[in-house]
Design a protein around this ligand. Structure first.
Ligand SMILES: C[S@@+](CC[C@H](N)C(=O)[O-])C[C@H]1O[C@@H](n2cnc3c(N)ncnc32)[C@H](O)[C@@H]1O
Length: 267
C-alpha cells in the first residue's frame, strides 16, 4: 500500500475518464487546502520494493541517481510488461531509478481510440505504452537526436510505426492538432539538463503557455515534476495556471513526485 495525495483545484473538474478509478474521487474542491488529502491503495506494481541500496532522502537520491546514471550502458528495461532498449545517453525510465514514467503509465490504464502526444519522449516508453493500450494515434517528440533515434528504434521493434510518429520538436514547435492526452515528463533538475535545454523554468513556462491549444475540449495533459526541482518556480507557474485541475503526489526514494493534471474547465 502506498500513499497518494490528491489535491484538486478550486473549480470542480469534469473528468474525461482518462485517470485511474482510484484517483477519480471528487472530494471537496479545496484550492490546495493542506487538509484535503486522499489516501488510496494503488496498483501492486507501484509498491514494488526498490533495490536494497536505494536512497531514502532527496539528497541521497540525487547523488545515487547521478552515480547510477553515469555508469549505465545501453540496456533493456522492462516497464509495465513492455521491454524497450534504452541507450546510455538517453533518459532511463527504469522504475528502480525514477518514478514519474511508471506513475503516468498507471494513471492512464485505457486509451482506446485516444489521440496521444508525448512531449520529450526519450526512449519512447510512454508513447509505446499508450499505443499498447489502444491509442489510435500517438505523436512522440524530443529535441535530442539520440532520444529521437532511440524512440524510433523502439517504435519499429514493437511494430508500431503505423501508430506512433516520432517528431523532432522543441516542445510544441512542430506539433499540430489537438490531443486527448498529453504526457510531459520533462527535465526537472536544472544542474543536469540546463546545458542542453536552457533553464528548466523557462521550458515549463513555454509548456504551460502553449499546452491549452493542443488539448481537445475534454483533453488532459499530465505534467510531471519532483521535489528536487525548483519548487518555487514550478508552483508559481503551474499552480497559477488556469488550466490546472488537480495535483497528485507520491513519495518514493525520499522524493515527492508530482503529476499535475491540466485541461480546459467546462463552463
Ligand atoms: C526526463 S526525460 C523523460 C523522457 C521520457 N518522457 C520518459 O519518461 O522516459 C526528458 C526528455 O525531454 C527531452 N526534452 C528536453 N527539452 C525538451 C524540449 N524543449 N522539447 C522536447 N523535448 C525536450 C529530453 O531530451 C529528454 O529526452
Amino acid at each position: 500500500m502506498s500513499h497518494i495525495i490528491l489535491r484538486q483545484a478550486e473549480r470542480t473538474p469534469s473528468h474525461p475518464a482518462l485517470l485511474a478509478d482510484s484517483l477519480r474521487h471528487p472530494g471537496k474542491p479545496g484550492c490546495f487546502a493542506p487538509n484535503f488529502k486522499l489516501e488510496t491503495s494503488y496498483p501492486e506494481s507501484l509498491s514494488e520494493s526498490s533495490p536494497a541500496c536505494a536512497p531514502t532522502t532527496q539528497a541521497e537520491y540525487i547523488r545515487w541517481w547521478c552515480a547510477v546514471n553515469e555508469r549505465r550502458q545501453d540496456q533493456e528495461v522492462t516497464f509495465d510488461g513492455i521491454t524497450v532498449n534504452v541507450r546510455k545517453n538517453v533518459f532511463c525510465p527504469d522504475p528502480n531509478m525514477t518514478h514519474l514514467p511508471i506513475l503516468m503509465t498507471h494513471l492512464t490504464p485505457n486509451l482506446v481510440g485516444k489521440k496521444v502526444l508525448d512531449i520529450g519522449t526519450g526512449c519512447g516508453v510512454l508513447a509505446i505504452q499508450a499505443a499498447s493500450k489502444g491509442a489510435s494515434k500517438v505523436v512522440a517528440t524530443d529535441i535530442d537526436h539520440a532520444a529521437l533515434a532511440n524512440a524510433r528504434e523502439n517504435v519499429e521493434s514493437h511494430g508500431l510505426s503505423n501508430v506512433i510518429d516520432v517528431v523532432e520538436s522543441d516542445l510544441f514547435e512542430n506539433v499540430s492538432g489537438q490531443y486527448d492526452l498529453i504526457f510531459a515528463n520533462l527535465p526537472i533538475l536544472d544542474s543536469f539538463w540546463s546545458d542542453r535545454t536552457g533553464p528548466v523554468a523557462t521550458m515549463y513556462q513555454r509548456f504551460i503557455e502553449n499546452v491549452g491549444r493542443h488539448l481537445t475540449e475534454n483533453g488532459v495533459a499530465l505534467l510531471g515534476f519532483a521535489s528536487f526541482g525548483d519548487m518555487n518556480a514550478a508552483e508559481e507557474l503551474i499552480l497559477c495556471s488556469p488550466l490546472l485541475k488537480q495535483e497528485l503526489s507520491e513519495r518514493k526514494f525520499g522524493v515527492d513526485w508530482f503529476v499535475f493534471e491540466l485541461g480546459h474547465h467546462q463552463k
